[in-house]
Design a protein around this ligand. Sequence first.
Ligand SMILES: *Cc1c(COP(=O)(O)O)cnc(C)c1O
Length: 394
Amino acid sequence: MISYQADEKGYYGDFGGAYIPEMLYPNVEELRQQYIQIMNEPSFREEFDQLLRDYVGRPTPLYYAKRLSEKYTTNIYLKREDLNHTGAHKVNNTIGQILMAKKLGKNRIIAETGAGQHGVATATVCALMGIECVVYMGAIDIQRQAPNVARMKMLGATVIPAMSGSRTLKDATNEAIRDWINNPVDTHYIIGSVVGPHPYPDMVARFQSVISEEIKSQLQEKEGRENPDYVVACVGGGSNAAGAFYHYLNQPDVGIIAVEAAGKGIDTGESAATSALGKEGIIHGSKTLLMQTPDGQITEPYSISAGLDYPGVGPMHANLFRTGRGEFISITDEDAMKAGLELCKLEGIIPAIESSHALAIFEKRTFTPEDIVVVNLSGRGDKDLNTYIDYFQL
Ligand SMILES: *Cc1c(COP(=O)(O)O)cnc(C)c1O
């Protein structure tokens, strides 16, 4: 049977691997040799589980959304990652990686961030552990995302502006990689999604897999079976989706639905719908699908939701797309915003705009009255309030 997990070299079918400059090799190799062994140590598991429980607030509820289900005449469960400490799933990964850094004897953390959500999740766990934290962020993004910059500073992180190129996420990534090359001994680089060179996509997917681990036991309790008919998640880099899909990847009776941001429309040149528009290429040290010009320059993505505004997808998702194991749907800004507001009115939950993309599929696609559909509600909408206010003129 083919597996949709990473193989030993970090390949998901044709995608993945570690395409890195030679100077980065020692750092990545050290991590690659040790990550599985460390994650399997009982002392690691214990501390990870304890922090997820007492600090993050896990398990997050699996909530039967009654009014939403009635509206679409099917059975919709929401996996409430929005209820995690810091308001989204990202902290599952940063908790895992800060513990990994400690086991590797590192005393300095670097990260890059676009909208600032991953920067905040990283600064949070560094404060928790009393470890130095340096976050690279594009100078333009620093201007656009002032509240998250303030949060990172309050949490004790140093935020360094990336001044080169378009002064956005990819430039911040370049600066972080340069830092890591220069500080190979004491520094761990916390990547925020299932992207980057092997072993990052697999390691991050394993940390996030707590999401589907919990869905299985919670669904067993509520419905008498572990497997839903469908599991749905939005995909930026793909970490919340990887976590929600993880334990279902090799279960053919579970449909996997990945939702991408179509921005203003797939054909408008302003979108982030990588599966529809992407071609094979290398980004961030990994072979995957990415949006690029005919001569291979990465194109600037666009989405109303900062977390989906990424020009590639992680290699797991590229493989789910290419093999047909996953169904990929892209949702425009407009449809996502409507679905977000609908969840507010029907369930009293204000979702992150990223998560609203996943919710919008119920207008695009029908399910039977018997189907059980689990939607991963990746985050809460507090961070998006200004976008909601401007959009709906509230
Ligand atoms: C960052 C973010 C995403 C997108 O990142 P993935 O790695 O694709 O999960 C989705 N939802 C929320 C709430 C986020 O903060």
